[in-house]
Every structure is written in C-alpha cells, then in structure tokens.
Design a protein around this ligand. Structure first.
Ligand code: NHR
Ligand code: GAR
Length: 210
C-alpha cells in the first residue's frame, strides 16, 4: 500500500509512522511550509517531498486543487494528515473520501480546532488525549478510529500536557494506519468505525498513565 503524508511542521508523527515498520510505503511527503522540519526528515529517508506555499495561491480551492494533483501523481491508497495545519475544502475531502485520516490533539468531540491543550487546562478537565479519525468536510468531526486518554496533572502547562499527548499520538497513529492497511476498519450504517477481527486485548481506546 502507498501512503502520502501531509505535514506543516516538526514531523514527529511522520517519524513515528516511518519507525513503525508498517506493511506500507510512504511514497511522498507534502507540506504547505517549505521550512517544515518534517520535510528534512523525509529527505533523509529518501522519500519524495514537495513544498507548496499556500500563500502563493489566490484561493483555498486553487491551493487544494494543486495539492490534489501532486498527491494523485503518487496514486496513494491512503492520505495521512500528520500535523497538517490547513483546513481542506469539501472538494479535496470528497476526492479522498474514506482514505483520508487525521490525528487531532484532543479527545474529540471536545476541543476541535486549535490550541487544544491550553483550552483543556483552562477548563480544568482531568482527562485529555488524542484522536485518529477519518476526515470529513466538517472540521474534526469525522468517524473516530482510535483514541488515547492521558491524565491531566495539577502542575501541567500546555507544553507538558502537549508532550504527554504527543507520546500517545506516536502510539496510536501507526496503529490506526496499520489497521487501515490491513483492511480492518469498517464504517457501519451510522457512520461509525468498527475494528474487524480484533483479538481479546486489542482495542480502539488506550488509557495512558495517571
Ligand atoms: N479539513 C477538513 N475539511 N476536515 C477536517 O477534519 C480537517 C481538515 C484539515 C485539517 C486537521 C485539524 C486538526 O487536527 C484537519 C482536519 C487546521 C486548522 C486551522 O484552523 C484546524 C484544524 C485542523 C487543522 N487552520 C487554519 C486555516 O485557516 C490555519 C492555522 C495555522 O496555519 O496555524 O486553515 O486540528
Ligand atoms: C501534533 O500534536 C498533531 O496532533 C497536531 O500538531 C502536532 C504535529 O506534530 N495537529 C494539529 O494540531 C492539526 N491541526 P508533528 O509535526 O511533530 O507530528
């Protein structure tokens, strides 16, 4: 199977995906920012990279169309958003329907959008985490594939909490991609994702540490 990964920054989730030894190949990494550190990581692995600055396009639709054409040259089975920071047009999302996934740094449907760790701390919640979901046109509302919960500590800052969530991201994103590659994710009539052929201990939720 062929994966194309979209990033905007550091690329630590890309690193986790590359390290996981998945039965799939990352055939290209695209970024909307030329300075994204994750592009250097991809180059170091001999993976094709493309940087396409969204600032050079007149509209979101034109930018997404250019991204889509680059991506389709690689004929990917799955498009992976890994810290990709541009909201995608409905047309882009529909083109990759069922084969476009994202990792979001909160327990959806709580804390959609940006600055999730600071907002969780401001609300005083005791549990936070991350979610891998299929991407649909409505931002951060697609069917959930897997979630990991982490404890919020009384002395947490957005940085310490974010680092704890990021560790959880690195565990669940490769796992979710593995399930996709193994064709073990089924969307039911209600639009929910179910894991097929799970053995006893295998589950779509993780509780990481108090
Ligand atoms: N697009 C669609 N249609 N649906 C989703 O569920 C998407 C998506 C694009 C990206 C990732 C998402 C996240 O996990 C994602 C999910 C960017 C923004 C944002 O506000 C919000 C959510 C996500 C990604 N971006 C600003 C914009 O104007 C730019 C912010 C910046 O550059 O720092 O696109 O959180
Ligand atoms: C991750 O925490 C990811 O969940 C988040 O950005 C970080 C990217 O880190 N994604 C979003 O906020 C999407 N809007 P990485 O570049 O090191 O993988």
């Amino acid at each position: 199977m062929k994966l194309v990964v979209l990033i905007s920054g550091r690329g630590s989730n890309l690193q986790a995906i590359l390290d996981a030894g998945l039965p799939a190949e990352v055939v290209a990494v695209l970024s909307n920012r030329e300075s994204a550190e994750g592009l250097r990581l991809a180059e170091a692995h001999g993976i094709a990279t493309h940087a396409l600055a969204h600032t050079g396009f007149a509209s979101r639709a034109e930018f997404d169309q250019a991204m889509l054409q680059l991506i389709d040259n690689y004929a990917p089975d799955l498009v992976v958003l890994a810290g990709y920071m541009r909201i995608l047009t409905d047309e882009f999302v529909q083109h990759y329907a069922g084969r476009l996934i994202n990792i979001h740094p909160s327990l959806l449907p709580s804390y959609t959008g940006l600055n999730t760790h600071a907002r969780a701390l401001a609300d005083g919640v005791k549990i936070h985490g991350c979610t891998v979901h299929l991407v649909t046109p409505t931002l951060d509302h697609g069917p959930v594939i897997v979630q990991a919960a982490v404890a919020v500590r009384s002395d947490d800052t957005a940085e310490t909490l974010g680092a704890r969530v990021l560790e959880a991201e690195h565990r669940i994103y490769p796992l979710a991609i593995r399930w996709f590659v193994e064709n073990r994710l089924a969307v039911d009539a209600c639009g929910k994702v179910n894991l097929l052929n799970g053995e006893g201990s295998e589950q779509s939720v993780f509780y990481l540490g108090a």
